[in-house]
Design a protein around this ligand. Structure first.
Ligand SMILES: [Zn+2]
Length: 67
């Protein structure tokens, strides 16, 4: 059974912590055309840009290439 990993990020715009799930990374962030993720705070909903390096780090964290 696979355990879902939750990664916490601080929104660059409103400063609230965001939970980025493995599902979001695998289905969304892994796409090279995606430049970041949207804040889930309804008063914010802004795009948090991620650099190529940041995205690679996220994908590595979630996909567990370290193991
Ligand atoms: Zn925000």
């Amino acid at each position: 059974m696979k355990q879902e990993k939750n990664l916490l990020f601080i929104c660059q715009h409103c400063g609230l912590p965001q939970s980025v799930t493995e599902y979001i990374v695998n289905d969304y962030l892994i796409n090279p055309n995606v430049k970041g993720y949207y804040c889930s705070n309804e008063d914010c909903l802004q795009m948090n840009l991620l650099s190529v390096t940041d995205k690679r780090k996220l994908i590595e964290l979630v996909c567990g290439t370290a193991n």
